[in-house]
Design a protein around this ligand. Structure first.
Ligand SMILES: Nc1ncnc2c1ncn2[C@@H]1O[C@H](COP(=O)(O)OP(=O)(O)O)[C@@H](O)[C@H]1O
Ligand SMILES: [Mg+2]
Length: 406
């Protein structure tokens, strides 16, 4: 089987999916904008061929180039696991007449307005929302929705330009802050906890499911630099309070016509116990979420995704053994990391539960925490008991400190 995989080198976890594809016995034809000479040997060994394009986001240009490049060769699948490329993959599939989700179906996972309309039409609970193209529309929508409300871009990512408004003064501030955003969504603010619902699905039916808890909610984590955002996968998915979210998630996949592959949904659990839809993508979650899921069940979802996407079979174990927490750290100060405190003590106490230490070490330039949740690195921990996983994760949040300066 010959598979075109878009952007096999970037983001870095795409290299793991490439490996997974090779391991399930397919020839991987990579298409990306990285220079062939810059591809790591560990990636190259899994590529049957590679096409460098000047701009991977220029869909028409990529389609023309891939078409010319593949002339005379059979292709069986076109796949992408990075959000900005899922439409391009669908366009290529349509162009070559290949199986997989159509452009129209994938748009339901890409366009947040369309997504909510389709989910709502299936009788599922979505936030009351208005799409606004002007300030006047925004003000009118705010009046309809009432406080508290959320103002956010219709095609956002990583909580960028997203504001919670409790009153008119906050709305005015949000209005000026989103002036550069072309299309804005004004939504009813949903109170409660926020979770993911992640799947690997075949024909829209999950063969693997995961829930992770955001601690705190992504919007809060992105608003305060001092916070060390924690995300913990939930080992016990049978607990009654999560059932509405799982049920919602499964129905959303049907409502949107999901095919084969990864999905990553976000949902709210209200104080009344109701599950409310947030958003969904037909690709895996980022920021090491797939690694977290792998640690949760001791499996290799990079490979099992590939098996599903190519052969429509899932062979991984689904038993959940751990709650796996990731703790992202943000250094105090600007510039380069100068020192870390508390880590030695932390490792003495909890080292046996730590599965990854990717904290930036002295000399490393800080990342922009607003631009990437990855911030200045992370610790990943796992424990069979939820309370312990929670305690050990939050100990890393409060007891380990990175400093930067100069
Ligand atoms: N209607 C809403 N009610 C409450 N919180 C919301 C709402 N919409 C967005 N948020 C908060 O903002 C975050 C980002 O919004 P989201 O729709 O997930 O966009 P993206 O992740 O693509 O930036 C969410 O994770 C959530 O914390
Ligand atoms: Mg989101």
């Amino acid at each position: 089987m010959n598979v075109v995989f878009l952007a096999p080198a970037y983001p870095p976890e795409m290299q793991q999916y490439t490996r997974g594809l090779a391991e399930v016995g397919v020839n991987v034809f990579g298409v990306g904008d990285s220079a062939p000479g810059s591809l790591p040997p560990a990636l190259k060994q899994h590529l049957a061929d590679y096409l460098q394009v000047p701009r991977i986001m220029d869909e028409d240009d990529v389609i023309a180039r891939v078409h010319a490049w593949l002339r005379g060769r059979r292709v069986d699948r076109v796949l992408a696991n990075w959000e900005p490329l899922v439409i391009l993959a669908a366009r290529l599939r349509e162009r070559f007449g290949l199986p997989g989700m159509s452009v129209n179906t994938v748009e339901g996972f890409r366009d947040k307005q369309l997504m909510k309309e389709r989910v709502k039409a299936a009788g599922l609970r979505v936030p009351y929302a208005f799409k606004c193209l002007s300030e006047a529309q925004l003000r009118e929508a705010a009046e309809q929705v009432g406080f508290p409300l959320i103002v956010k871009p219709i095609s956002g990512a990583g909580s960028a330009d997203t504001y919670k408004c409790d009153d008119q003064a906050e709305l005015e501030r949000a209005i000026s802050a989103v002036r550069h955003v072309q299309v804005v969504s004004v939504e009813e603010f949903i109170a409660g906890e926020e979770f993911t619902f992640d799947t690997v699905s075949i024909d829209g039916t999950p063969v693997y499911e995961n829930i992770a808890a955001y601690l705190p909610k992504p919007l809060v984590a992105r608003s305060e630099e001092w916070i060390s955002p924690v995300i913990i996968t939930v080992r016990d998915m049978q607990q009654p309070r999560l059932q509405p979210g799982i049920e919602l998630g499964r129905k959303v996949l049907k409502a949107l016509g999901m095919g084969d592959g990864f999905t990553h949904m976000e949902w709210f659990l209200t104080p009344k116990g109701e599950a409310v839809f947030g958003e969904i993508g037909c690709r895996p979650g980022g920021a090491c979420l797939v690694d977290q899921m792998n640690y949760t069940g001791d499996l290799d979802l990079f490979r099992e995704w590939a098996r599903v996407a190519c052969w429509r079979r899932f062979e991984g174990p689904t038993a959940r053994k751990y709650n796996t927490g990731i703790v992202f750290k943000r250094a105090l100060g600007q510039g380069r990391i100068t020192r870390i405190t508390g880590l030695r003590d932390y490792m003495r106490r909890y080292g046996q539960w730590v599965v990854e230490d990717r904290l930036f070490r002295p000399g490393t330039q800080r990342r922009n925490w607003k631009q990437t949740l990855l911030s200045d690195g992370h610790l990943m921990v796992r424990h069979p008991n939820w309370e312990d996983a929670h305690r050990i994760s939050f100990a890393a949040a409060s007891d380990v400190t990175l400093y930067a300066g100069g």
